[in-house]
Ligand binder design. Structure first.
Ligand code: MG
Length: 269
């Protein structure tokens, strides 16, 4: 991590990846590079908060020359910039996955997830290469799935999951079955490591699984997506909605935030 620089900056940036900092289909972050460069100039390296696995996130950081801590699997765990687990927020997937499969059989509901599919199917559904799909399949805290049953049965299923201390979170592509954690808790945990006055929090996201992150931030940037209309971010004093999706929207959102900051028009909750 760019630890010293981040500690001198007055704010931290936490961001979703798919559909936010990186393009949903191509996985490129190229259009966000001007805003990333401007943040770097100010000593701020974005902290990724993604539904992706730790190994996937580290590969993306490496490919883009970024070294920073990160939150993986929707808040399942937080890692430092060297790839060591700092803390796990969720029960390991292997401790509950069998119970979820039993529940599926008992309720006769239809869904399929990463543990059901061969790696080729995950590659097909995500557009990832086989190698990258393998990195996605090797999960510690979450089971992404596609629901193939009725909405009524989904609600019944969620109630039964609650009895197992599990919840669902909706991302851009999949619904994740997981323990009772979210991206926002991970962000607040990281912020609490700083001494007072703590840096304020800027969060960017495009899907319902980002709502905890957006709500727990001081400045929320809602990146335009098919689902961004559902994101009613309450709490932050400043909520920026971008007009463009993906990394180009990310670039726009960070620029708007920095303009407000520099012109002293930024409201902080
Ligand atoms: Mg997303």
């Amino acid at each position: 991590m760019n630890n010293n620089a981040a500690r001198t900056a007055p704010f931290l940036v936490f961001t979703d990846l798919d559909g936010s900092l990186i393009e949903h289909e191509t996985y490129s972050m190229e259009p966000a590079k001007p805003a990333l460069a401007e943040l770097a100039r100010r000593g701020v390296t974005p902290i990724f908060a993604s539904s992706k696995t730790a190994i996937e996130i580290m590969a993306i950081q490496h490919a883009n020359g970024i070294s920073a801590p990160f939150i993986c699997e929707n808040g399942g765990a937080m890692y430092d910039s060297s790839g060591n687990v700092l803390t796990a927020f969720g029960l390991p997937r292997k401790s509950w996955l069998k119970n979820v499969h039993h529940l599926r059989g008992r309720m006769s509901v239809e869904f399929n997830g990463f543990s059901d599919w061969p790696v080729e199917k995950i590659a097909e559904l995500t557009g990832l290469s086989l190698g990258d799909a393998e990195k996605a399949q090797n999960r510690g805290f979450t089971e992404p799935m596609l629901w193939h049953d009725t909405q009524t049965n989904f609600q019944l299923f969620q109630k039964e999951l609650q009895k197992l201390s599990l919840i669902t979170q909706e991302g851009g592509r999949f619904i994740s079955i997981q323990g009772q954690f979210d991206k926002g808790k991970g962000m607040r945990w990281w912020q609490a490591r700083y001494s007072e006055p703590r840096p304020f929090l800027v969060a960017l996201g495009d899907s319902p699984n980002d709502l905890s992150l957006l709500n727990a931030a001081d400045v929320a940037v809602v990146i335009k997506s098919d689902k961004s209309d559902q994101l009613d971010s309450l709490g932050p004093a400043t909520v920026i909605h971008t007009n463009i999706p993906g990394p180009a929207g990310w670039n726009e959102g960070i620029k708007q935030f920095l303009n407000l900051l520099d012109s002293q028009h930024l409201l902080i909750s």
